[in-house]
Each structure stands twice: as structure tokens, then as C-alpha cells.
Design a protein around this ligand. Structure first.
Ligand code: ADP
Ligand code: MG
Length: 726
């Protein structure tokens, strides 16, 4: 093997822009499409719309000004003629295309001003003996300043000089009936001319299947490895004492559903292990996740540990706080409430109580963690509506070590800190950092290990199974798939905004009957969104106040100061406010059973998951509930399709499945914002079967072929040593 030639720094920078940092990355930089230069077509046979390669002699060449400076050449091959047109051209091209030159041109044929033509065809000098290439010509994704020719040369070099050993052990290859890795990459970079273009471009060819499988396998391996890694980390064992938990269950005004009991049992078992739990509790809106979380927190407390409950919004945090305060008061437990909007003095006081271990349960927004809260003895962290915190943040939770530089957000740094502080040492020396290091060593004698609290994540965003398998492969999942009894199904109506007046009347009637209603103002997806959303809510509030003098109309939005928000929410909960105008701050968690009517404005602008969440706020009491989706005409095709889905479905998982088909996985997970690279080759909505086998294979490889698993990850993940510039 010859050493690869040095790559100039400018090229390295451009390669990096394509995500190519290592030589091995070149192998996996696969073509977007192919050009067929293996065949020549007689000019007489070409037709508009086809992509073709022709060869002939330039019969005429001129620079025309019609309407712009254009190089126009006439190419003849004896049987016919064709025009080649270039809007931007170099003198060198003009020379190449001088009269009498013989050339080969490849491009799209169209019917032009002069007759059949190709605009900006790829041309090269050729005579009758110039051989035709033996394989299709790959066209790679590229970036400004990096030519296809350069990429091809680099990739060809990599194919020649790098080992292409299969990372899948023979028995697995056989079992999966997969094509070999080497043959697959070679084929995709240089496909033979007789290959089915359809299977190549549609990415259904066996070679593509292999690559997609490998990609999914790498993803599964890394997440399963994370999962296993946890088994090596230490966490405090929180055995069920059936003291506080039993008391809460006894005091509840309702019986737990079967699904809640099952989830509780799974969590309880995890907490009783000496390794950190990482469990996701999934359940549709209103399925009753809060009480399950409370039981988990109590199990930590009855073992003398603290628990923290973290919410994405202040309103949600407060709801939790109020609910848990009521539930826990008879048990002699007073949770501490901690959010960004607390007065400095109160915050300090709360933090001190947490640090001294005087409080066993802290509830709050992520401010809880941002504000450098020191826990005395943290055993469990509960994150509600975890999808609101983003993929990045969740993944970062698994990263080791503190010093959150480069972390996606502050809350993460806090998580990390909270983790490293979760050391159950008896004394609490001055220098806590030192102490935690020390204790970490004591636990297992290895600097690599540290004691971390258990984690419970909760989400009401239903994620279709294929997506969940990929996205949550590193988590254990409990599902609450049953709603508490006595829920009344919500009737959904789609109403054009032109019939607003009728909706007003409905709202008035409901409120006068003693029922309560939400009026949700649109989400605006622009940079000044918050301002406009706010403005909108304020104006709607004024309009509704004017329209219904006999009704108490409240207003809740993200910018209200805390005391005001608390007052409005409490008044709505108590029934003093009958109609609540709200921005999407009520999207998650608000719980007022007497509210049985919801009007959502500009429903066509909202995401399906969001509409589903909003709608879940009603239908919690005995009254028949109605959700009115107001939309502005005209509706786009997509908006119409989405409203139809929400109208026809009440099951969150069904809605999510449709959403996946409509929008693709990236959007569904909000990965656009989170910046997590999604899959490059595999497509979760199409390759579900491959994902299934990748998942099974990942477990098998980790168990039986750990070496192979390591080399597979090496090939696909960026932890290699063969940097291009090395
Ligand atoms: P979510 O899963 O959306 O967070 P919550 O935990 O807020 O749902 O529960 C929704 C409502 O259902 C709350 O009022 C809660 O007290 C009530 N609830 C929870 N479990 C049950 C149950 N088993 N039976 C009756 N009501 C329940
Ligand atoms: Mg909830």
C-alpha cells in the first residue's frame, strides 16, 4: 500500500464541511446519484427530457448575445445535430469547443430555441478510440470549491488503500443474508453499467441495504453500549420500603390503573438496583404519569435520599408542586419549590434547605439546576416532558464527567453537576469537589466510575415504534397505555374562522352553564414569535372580555410575572375564571377537570403533537368535551391533511404514526433545532424491518462478538485515529 498523497489544507477544510474528517469517512461518502457515461447515443436517437451522452464534431461555435452572453456550439455526429449552450464559460472552454474539435458531451436534452440542445453539458475531448468507462459515474454530495473529480480521486484512493474488512461476523452475515461490506461500497462507488438504475437510485439494491443496515447497527450499538455502560456505574440502592408509597396509594382518591401499577412496579424494581435507572415513562396526555412519578420520588425519600422533579415550564412546575404538596402533606413531607422567578432571598433559602438536606423533594423548572443547587443526597432525578428538553440534552445526560463546556444548555451542566454531587457520603466536607472525587474512588476504586442518581424521564409525546426504537434505544421504557376510568371522549370540530361568531356563542353558553373553557391563541413561527404571540393573546383577551361582559375572562401567557400567573391559574382552577385565554403555555400539564371546551385558533399552523397535547387538557371530567379547531382559509394541502388526522384520531400513537409519514422523523423529534445528526442513509419510515434486525444484531454482537462490535463502531463513529491531516 502506498501512503496517500498529502491533501491541501483548503481541500481538507471543504471535506470537513461534508463531515469527512477521517480517511475512512471517504468510503462512506456515498453518491447521491449516477451518470451513465458507459454508453454513447446517436444524436438522431436523443429526445427531449432524456439524459444522454453523445459524441461528435463541433461544426459551428459562436458567442451569441441572446439575451445574455452565451456560448453556442453545434455538434454533429453524422446522423444528426445538437446545440450545446453555456451561459458562463471560460476562454479555455471556448478553445475546447472550437470548430473541428471532436468531443463527448453528457447532459439533459431539451427542446431549445435552435432545436434540440443541452445546457451546460459536461464535455471532454474524445476521439473514436477513447474508451468508455466501465462503470456508472458517481455524483457525490459536495460543497463549493470541491469538484466531483477531486472527490472521486480521493474516494478511489481510499477504496484502494483502506482495509475493507467486514465488521459483521460470518455467522451473522449468513443469518441476515446481507451483502458483504467491501463488495457493497465498491459497487455503490463504481456500479457496473448493467445494474438496475432503479434499485440504485431508489436505494433498494442489496448494496444499499447493507449500508443502511450498517448505519442502523452502528446507531444501535452505540446506544446499547451506553445502556450497558450504565450497568457498570454505581447508584444508590433504593429498596422499596412500602412505607411512604403505601401510604400515598392508600390516601389517593382513586385507584391506580393497571398500567400505572405496572409502570410503578418497573420503576420500583429499577430503583432497587445498585446501577442508575434510565427509564422513560411514556403515556398519553392525561394518562396519570404524575402519581407514578410521586411514587418513585417517595421510594427515594423512604430510603433517606432526596428527589428532584424538573419541568420545562414554570406553570407545569407549579402544577406539580401544588399537586404533590397536597398528596405529600399527610405524609409529613413538604416539597421545596424552585424556579427562576423566585425572589433572590427565597431562592437562597430554598437552596440552603436543599443543601442541608432539610428538604427531601425539590420541584422546579430547569432553573432548579441552573442555579447551582447543591443537593445533600440526591437519589433520583425526574424530568417531565423530557422531549421539550431536546435530543441533545438527553444524550448529554449520559456523557461522563462534569464541566459542561460545549453542552447544549445550562440545564445539562446542572444535571451533570447534580450527578457528580450525588455522593452518599456521611460527612460533607468543605471542598465538595474533592469529596465527591474521593467518594467516587471509594465506590469502586476506578476514576472511570462515579455514583449517579437514578433518572426517570416522562413524555406525553407518543413516538411511533420504529422511531422510538432508534431514538430511545439506550433507555428502558415503561408505557401507560390506559387512561384512568371515567374519561369522556373529546369531540373535535373543524370550523372555518369565518364562523367565529357561532363559536363565541358556544363559549358563552358553556360558561353560563357553569362549565369552563380554554381559548388558545396561535403559535407564531417567526423570530419575534414571543412578542407577537403575546400581543395576539392580549388582543384576543380584550376582545373576549368585551364580547362577554357577564363572564370572567382570564389571561395566561409566558411573560406574565409569576405572582400574576399563579393568581390566574388558581382562579381558573377554583372556577372563578370561566374562560382562560392562553398562549401555548398550557400545552403541557395543566389539569382542570371542569374545563370541557377548548377553542384553538389557527389550528392549521400547529403541529399535530401540539394539537393533541392541547386537546388532552379537556375531557378530564364528566361533562362531554368539545374541541373546536378554528382554521384560516385557504388551507394548504398539507394543512388539510394534518387537520384531518387530528379530527379522525384520538390516540396519540396513531397521530404520531401519521405524523411520521407526513413529515419524516427529523421534524417529529424536533431534531432540526437540536442539531443531532439524523441517519444519513437509512430512513426510519421505510426501513423499519432493517431497524428490527439491526437492533437484534446489536445485542447479539455485544454479547457474542464484542471485538466486531468495536470495529463496527470504529468504522461508523468518529472516534478513529486516521485523521485526514495526520
Ligand atoms: P399526565 O400523564 O398527562 O401527566 P396527570 O398525571 O396530570 O396526567 O393526570 C391527569 C389527571 O388524572 C389528574 O387529575 C390525576 O389526578 C388523574 N388521575 C391519575 N391517575 C388516575 C386514576 N388511576 N384514576 C383516576 N384519576 C387519575
Ligand atoms: Mg403531566
Amino acid at each position: 500500500m502506498t501512503a496517500p498523497a498529502k491533501i491541501p489544507p483548503a481541500t481538507l477544510a471543504r471535506l470537513a464541511r461534508l463531515g469527512i474528517l477521517h480517511r475512512a469517512d471517504l468510503l462512506l461518502h456515498l453518491p447521491l446519484r449516477y451518470e451513465d457515461e458507459t454508453r454513447l447515443m446517436p444524436i438522431a436517437a436523443v429526445q427531449p427530457g432524456m439524459s444522454a451522452q453523445v459524441q461528435g464534431v463541433i461544426a459551428h461555435s459562436e458567442v451569441a448575445f441572446r439575451p445574455r452572453r452565451t456560448l453556442v456550439c453545434r455538434l454533429q455526429d453524422g446522423g444528426g445535430e445538437l446545440y450545446l449552450r453555456f451561459l458562463n464559460f471560460y476562454p479555455s472552454q471556448q478553445k475546447q469547443l472550437a470548430v473541428g474539435r471532436q468531443i463527448r458531451a453528457i447532459g439533459e436534452v431539451r427542446a431549445g430555441y435552435y432545436g434540440l440542445e443541452m445546457v451546460h453539458p459536461k464535455c471532454r475531448a474524445a476521439d473514436d478510440d477513447t474508451p468508455l468507462p466501465q462503470s456508472l459515474t458517481p455524483v457525490y454530495p459536495t460543497t463549493a470549491g470541491l469538484s466531483q473529480a477531486t472527490l472521486r480521486k480521493l474516494i478511489a484512493g481510499a477504496l484502494e488503500s483502506l482495509p475493507l474488512a467486514d465488521t459483521l461476523p460470518e455467522p451473522l452475515l449468513q443469518k441476515m443474508k446481507l451483502a458483504g461490506f467491501a463488495e457493497s461500497v465498491k459497487l455503490l462507488h463504481n456500479p457496473p453499467p448493467d445494474i438496475s438504475a432503479h434499485s440504485l437510485e431508489g436505494r433498494t439494491h442489496a448494496a444499499w441495504r447493507r449500508i443502511k443496515f450498517d448505519e442502523l447497527l452502528a446507531e444501535q450499538l452505540s446506544m446499547r453500549a451506553q445502556h450497558r455502560q450504565r450497568g457498570k456505574r454505581a447508584a444508590p440502592r433504593l429498596a422499596p420500603q412500602h412505607r411512604l408509597t403505601a401510604q400515598l396509594i392508600k390516601n389517593l382518591p382513586f385507584a391506580l390503573t393497571g398500567a400505572q401499577q405496572k409502570a410503578h412496579a418497573e420503576i420500583s424494581r429499577d430503583l432497587d438496583r445498585p446501577h442508575p435507572m434510565q427509564r422513560l415513562l411514556q403515556g398519553d396526555v392525561g394518562s396519570g404519569k404524575t402519581v407514578v412519578a410521586a411514587l418513585a420520588a417517595l421510594q427515594a425519600m423512604e430510603n433517606g435520599f432526596q428527589a428532584a422533579l424538573m419541568s420545562p415550564t414554570e406553570i407545569l412546575a407549579e402544577q406539580h408542586y401544588l399537586k404533590l404538596r397536597d398528596w405529600l402533606a399527610p405524609l409529613g413531607i413538604t416539597p421545596v419549590w424552585l424556579t427562576g422567578s423566585l425572589k433572590k432571598k427565597d431562592k437562597r433559602e430554598a437552596c440552603e434547605r436543599i443543601a442541608r438536606g432539610e428538604t427531601q423533594l425539590a420541584i422546579g423548572t430547569h432553573a432548579l439546576f441552573q442555579e447551582q443547587v447543591e443537593f445533600r443526597k440526591l437519589g433520583l432525578v425526574i424530568v417531565d416532558e423530557q422531549h421539550k428538553f431536546g435530543v441533545q440534552q438527553r444524550l448529554a445526560l449520559h456523557k461522563k464527567g462534569t464541566g459542561g463546556k460545549g453542552m447544549a444548555s445550562e440545564s445539562l451542566r446542572a444535571h451533570q453537576d447534580a450527578r457528580s454531587r450525588a455522593v452518599s457520603d456521611e460527612t460533607y466536607p468543605e471542598d465538595r469537589r474533592e469529596a465527591s472525587k474521593h467518594a467516587t474512588k471509594q465506590i469502586d476504586g476506578a476514576a472511570d466510575y462515579e455514583a449517579v442518581p437514578h433518572q426517570l424521564m416522562m413524555s406525553a409525546t407518543p413516538i411511533p415504534r420504529t422511531l422510538a426504537m432508534s431514538y430511545y434505544a439506550d433507555l428502558d421504557v415503561s408505557v401507560i397505555d390506559e387512561l384512568p376510568p371515567g374519561r369522556t371522549p373529546v369531540i373535535t370540530k373543524l370550523v372555518a374562522d369565518t364562523r367565529r361568531e357561532e363559536v363565541f356563542e358556544r363559549v358563552r353558553a358553556a360558561c353560563l352553564e357553569g362549565r369552563q373553557a380554554y381559548w388558545v391563541c396561535p403559535l407564531i413561527e417567526e423570530s419575534d414569535a414571543l412578542e407577537r404571540e403575546l400581543q395576539n393573546a392580549i388582543e384576543t383577551h380584550q376582545a373576549l372580555c368585551a364580547a362577554f361582559p357577564e363572564i370572567n375572562v382570564g389571561l395566561a401567557h409566558g411573560r406574565l410575572d409569576h405572582a400574576e400567573k399563579t393568581r390566574v391559574m388558581a382562579a381558573f382552577k377554583a372556577g372563578e375564571v370561566q374562560l382562560l385565554v392562553a398562549t401555548t403555555v398550557i400545552e403541557v400539564g395543566v389539569d382542570v377537570p371542569n374545563a370541557s371546551l377548548m377553542v384553538i385558533e389557527h389550528a392549521e399552523r400547529m403541529g399535530l403533537a401540539q394539537l393533541h397535547q392541547l386537546r388532552g387538557r379537556i375531557g378530564r371530567g364528566v361533562a362531554r368535551s368539545l374541541c373546536v379547531l378554528l382554521y384560516q382559509q385557504p388551507l394548504s394541502e398539507l394543512a388539510r391533511a394534518r387537520l384531518k388526522i387530528i379530527y379522525e384520531n384520538s390516540d396519540g400513537f396513531e397521530i404520531a404514526r401519521h405524523d411520521l409519514l407526513l413529515r419524516g422523523p427529523g421534524e417529529l423529534l424536533g431534531a432540526r433545532q437540536s442539531g443531532v445528526p439524523m441517519l444519513r442513509f437509512a430512513d426510519l419510515s421505510e426501513d423499519a424491518a432493517l431497524l428490527d434486525s439491526a437492533r437484534a444484531t446489536a445485542d447479539e454482537m455485544l454479547r457474542d462478538f464484542p471485538e466486531a462490535a468495536r470495529s463496527h463502531l470504529q468504522r461508523w463513529m468518529a472516534n478513529r485515529h486516521d485523521y485526514l491531516h495526520a
